[in-house]
Design a protein around this ligand. Structure first.
Ligand SMILES: [Zn+2]
Length: 305
């Protein structure tokens, strides 16, 4: 698959309180591992454009956008919601993170790419149309999905593999039958939101301590049949790697091989369904070493190298 990494240096400029796990070193760890693996040669890196206000407002209320802008401090840090902080450069990072998925959709629909991995921050899947939370300011994946819908893509699947439930994304699309939202996550756990499944929402809770075998069983048992039935024209992955064994943020015990297995399955399925492409957006993943290794493994499978 013609695959690219979508990034922007401004995503490194977003700072939160000292020693916060959602830090710019996460992007450095990914980049270091890509270089060490040689994948930086096989997979091109493309700098993303910004999300426009129009892009952001397809998902978020004007009041939310205005609140974020009004709270950006001139110096130091401002507390947005208790666990997400803003610095003077946060909006620049958020515009690029929100723009990266839109940029990737444009590349895929123009026939330039089959797959993209957006190595951006802040993450997005906890943000609803009018709230930030859990280190997320704008819902980057939802913004890209809404853009794709506006371009005439009728059926879109969002596959969320972060250790936390993708509550923001679910909230945005729960009444949209043209979006299939699948989320596999540790439960009970943050964000402790409703996890009922419907025809187009498939929530797959795993208990702390579960790992690859349970993950694979759930994906094979419920996700793959649902995706085959739904026949998405575009697939998004909310790619959080905080379910890794070495990541203390959660209590699942996934390893790189599980992320590779998952990605291989989705690549194969997307081809059999004649899907236009796969767009993967970085969400969580806070242990720097396992994050770098997991992203590299995920990308190798996406690019089939
Ligand atoms: Zn997470």
């Amino acid at each position: 698959m013609r695959t690219a990494i979508i990034y922007h240096p401004d995503c490194r400029k977003h700072k939160m309180v000292a020693d916060h796990p959602e830090c710019s070193e996460r992007l450095d760890a990914i980049q270091d591992r890509l270089l060490a693996s040689g994948l930086d040669i096989a997979v091109p890196q493309i700098m993303t454009s910004k999300a426009s206000e129009e892009d952001i407002l397809r998902v978020h209320k004007q009041a939310h956008l205005d609140l974020v802008k009004s709270k950006i401090p001139e110096t130091g840090l401002a507390d947005l919601d208790g666990d997400t902080w803003l610095c003077k450069d946060t909006f620049k990072a958020a515009e690029r993170a929100a723009g990266s998925g839109v940029f990737a959709v444009k590349q895929v629909l123009a026939g330039q790419l089959d797959a993209a991995f957006c190595a951006v921050r802040p993450p997005g899947h906890h943000a609803t149309e009018d709230t930030s939370s859990g280190f997320c300011i704008f819902n980057n994946t939802a913004i890209a999905v809404k853009y794709a819908q506006e371009q005439g893509i009728e059926r879109i699947a969002i596959l969320d593999i972060d250790v936390h439930h993708g509550n923001g994304t679910q909230d945005i699309f729960e009444h949209d039958d043209n979006v299939l939202f699948c989320s596999i996550f540790q439960h009970p756990f943050y964000p402790n939101t409703a996890i009922d499944s419907t025809k187009t929402i498939i929530n797959t809770p795993l208990t702390a301590g579960m790992g690859g075998d349970d993950f694979k069983r759930a994906i094979i048992g419920s996700w793959l049949p649902a995706i085959k039935r739904f026949k998405p024209q575009l697939i998004f992955i909310s790619a959080g790697f905080d379910g890794h064994l070495e990541d203390d943020m959660g209590g699942l015990t996934l390893v790189e091989a599980d992320y590779a297995w998952f990605t291989d399955k989705i690549v194969k399925l997307s081809k059999s369904l004649e899907c236009k492409g796969i767009i993967s957006m970085l969400e969580g993943g806070y242990d720097l070493s396992s994050l770098g290794r997991s992203v590299t493994t995920h990308l190798k499978s996406l690019a089939e190298v």
